[in-house]
Write a protein that binds this ligand. Structure first.
Ligand code: HEC
Length: 399
């Protein structure tokens, strides 16, 4: 069924009208790759210049048989590629070095090594685009879009199962009878004259200059742009459902009309403290003041449970679960002194707090990993440990 539909389609649209224009070329079809190679050798050997070979797949040795010179397309690629490299270099240098110098991680504004990936990418991109563009423009002779070969039995076969060659009628050596005779002698299965069709001429040659066509193109582009702009920038942002697009705020890196120096990103006022963060309370205080600061947490079961949890997590690896200095670090870290010494027992809570917060000699600071309240809770628990390890008889119940 599909076959029938395709056939009807072919009959309706692909029927080849007998052509009446002037002779464009003489073509010949061959059945095997060997025949076409032989034919190409013969034609190039006979001194024809304006001929071409069309095959359904690449036939090896064809370049030699046709006596093709290496193409100049490599130079196009090289020039385009080098422009890409230079363009990328200049672009990055101008953007990060001149137009918007910004310090990232203390590195220099412009750095060649960091720019190499982009330079490479642009090299490939520009040369690829230029190659495709020049293929279309130069080799396919854009805007010439109605090659007389199109829509012929010849091209239909060479894109399917035959090997074809044609010699253009404007070749200086071209003589119709000679060419036909040569092809037949070579054993071609079909030699045909290809004429230009009437519709190959005149206005249809180049729709790019057709006023109606260009008008429709520009009109469509303008309409699409306007509609997309309206939908994406206006309709979708009509209040109140504007996706919170309009907000009274300054965006990062924008200019400020309010501040005299034009910076909208301000440094915090001196002494500003972030929410949920408490800087070290005793910074710059005299010792007497520090040690006089009491533990702000009450001694409750909850606080002690929290303190135990944190002590076991953060302190016990070095100090041991009972604070006796029975480190689990197996000699990978200096073993700390016992926390049951006279010194630490007599220390005020703030002393211990100070050690946890700032560290002491080899013991590192735990300011960033243990919150302020947790530190105080650990100290309450440490007191419990100390008392349990040196319990007087009076502490024992029933005595
Ligand atoms: C990485 C191992 C390690 C961890 C974890 C550690 N400490 Fe220490 N701590 C030490 C060392 C080592 C010393 C001895 C430092 C010195 O030489 O002054 C020390 C000393 C101390 C001292 C002073 C002891 C003294 O006699 O001077 C106290 C108090 C203390 N630590 C409490 C704690 C608390 C509380 C924790 C948990 C928040 C903790 N440490 C976590 C290794 C550690």
């Amino acid at each position: 069924m599909i076959g029938n539909i395709l056939k009807k389609f072919d009959d309706k649209f692909l029927k080849t009208e007998p052509r009446t224009g002037k002779l464009y070329a003489v073509s010949a079809l061959f059945d095997t790759p060997d025949q076409i190679i032989h034919a190409a050798e013969k034609v190039s050997g006979a001194g024809y210049k304006k001929f071409d070979v069309l095959t359904p797949y690449p036939v090896h040795g064809m370049d030699g048989a046709m006596k093709l010179k290496p193409t100049g397309i490599g130079w196009v690629a090289m020039v385009a590629g080098m422009s890409g490299t230079t363009l990328a270099f200049l672009m990055i240098w101008w953007m990060v070095g001149v137009n918007y110098p910004n310090i990232f991680g203390g590195k220099p504004y412009f750095n060649l090594t960091a720019s190499i990936p982009i330079m490479f990418e642009l090299t490939v991109l520009i040369s690829a685009l230029t190659l495709v563009g020049s293929l279309i423009a130069i080799y396919m002779k854009l805007p010439f879009n109605a090659n007389p070969l199109m829509d012929t039995e010849f091209v239909r076969r060479v894109t399917s199962d035959k090997f074809g060659i044609y010699i253009a009628a404007d070749d200086p050596k071209f003589k119709l009878e000679e060419v036909r005779a040569m092809f037949e002698e070579l054993g071609s299965s079909a030699v045909s004259n290809i004429h230009e069709a009437e519709y190959d001429k005149g206005k249809t040659n180049n729709p790019l200059t057709d006023k109606k066509f260009v008008g429709a193109l520009v009109g469509t582009a303008a309409a699409t742009a306007m509609i997309s702009y309206f939908v994406l920038n206006v309709l979708l942002f009509l209040p109140p459902f504007d996706w919170m697009h309009r907000q009274p705020k300054v965006l990062p890196q924008t200019e400020s009309k309010f501040f005299k120096d034009g910076w909208s990103m301000r440094k915090p006022v001196e002494g500003t403290v972030a929410r949920g963060f408490m800087p070290y309370e005793f910074k710059g205080m005299p010792d007497s003041m520090v040690v006089a600061t009491p533990n702000p947490l009450p001694v409750t079961q909850k606080v002690l449970d929290l303190g135990k949890k944190r002590f076991d997590t953060y302190c016990s690896p070095c100090h041991g679960f009972y604070g006796k200095g029975d480190s689990r670090m197996r000699g990978q870290f200096p073993v700390p002194p016992t926390l049951h010494s006279q010194k630490v027992t007599n220390w005020k809570d703030a002393n211990i707090y100070h050690v946890i917060t700032n560290g002491q000699n080899t013991m590192p600071s735990y300011q960033s990993s243990i919150s302020r309240d947790d530190r105080w809770a650990i100290i309450h628990y440490l007191r419990v440990l100390q008392r349990s390890q040196n319990a007087p008889d009076s502490d024992v119940e029933g005595k």
